[in-house]
Design a protein around this ligand. Sequence first.
Ligand SMILES: [Mg+2]
Length: 369
Amino acid sequence: MKITGVKAIVLRLPDVTTAADGTQDTCLIRIDTDAGITGWGEVDSAPTVVRAAIEAPMSNGITRGIGSALEDQDPLAIDACMRRIYDHTQYYTRYGAGAHAVAGVNVALWDLAGKAYGQPVYRLFGADQHHVRAYASVLFQNTPEDTYALAASLADRGFSAMKFGWGPMGQSEASDVAHVREARRGAGEDVDLMIEAGQPWNWRTALQRTRQFAEYRPFWLEEPLHPEDVAGYAKLTAASETPIAGAESESRLIEFEELIVVGGLDWVQADPGRCGISTMVEVGRLAARHQRGFVNHTFKTGVSIAASLHVLVAVPNTQVLEYAMTESPLRHELTYENFELEAGLVAPSDAPGLGFTINEEAIERYAVA
Ligand SMILES: [Mg+2]
């Protein structure tokens, strides 16, 4: 089997706001083969920059677009494909949107491989099919009262875990504490409550917040610091009694490893649309070896939810799945499968590949040139 084409498809809602909501646009990766099998992936980055990395023409023998590097390659030789991409694109794919583009290609290659072998992707990693507990992932509301109301409504819907993030967090000490207090009050005592800060603090302020939030018993405090502040994470995790989560921005094993080993993260978050399935599984196994928790980061469409589910059941140290509660039509219309929860649980599909079907009409509706 040979790869005949790699496409990046940019989708965007008509109105995009500054809210920290990643479901307002996306970039899909489509890989076609001469066997008629197609693999799909998704990237969580700046979609048009990703598209440029896929479509770039050859500049010279060691620099070309990711699509051109994969032309005529065997898609089932996934590691060989990844090495070839790296050899031909490393000037622009070691970090950032170029690395994210490679991640989306890796997701598509695994989807394609599962379809070619007639197996769900988790089977290719030797895993069984089982359920994962979903946590409802939402943004802090503009006022503590509205944060309370949202937490109460999610608890009424039966969620046993929920996360509030971004929005007003980091504006002031009083407001930070009020939002966390009201999130706990709305969620009730028995719900696992994750708090996401959105990178607003230095390690001293973050440590102070963990003490101020302690009576509301956060399951974790996520991204209190800038992702490059590894030294800050090391000091914070050494002193904090609240578990610290992070690493969703990373693409390469080397950065995850630094945040785990040096930064001391208690919960390691990986996004398939930024690091790819191959690396995400490696990170999950590395986290397990260091006795850390592992969880997906996913705030995109059904493509990334599917990819996350297959990885989470394939690594040993997972307890929860990030499940974005957004009304965006890209989240709800792009795949025919919606990954509805049953009693708060969800499992990967046992269909070949990643187990979703792309809605081509939704692509036509939201595609931008
Ligand atoms: Mg986050």
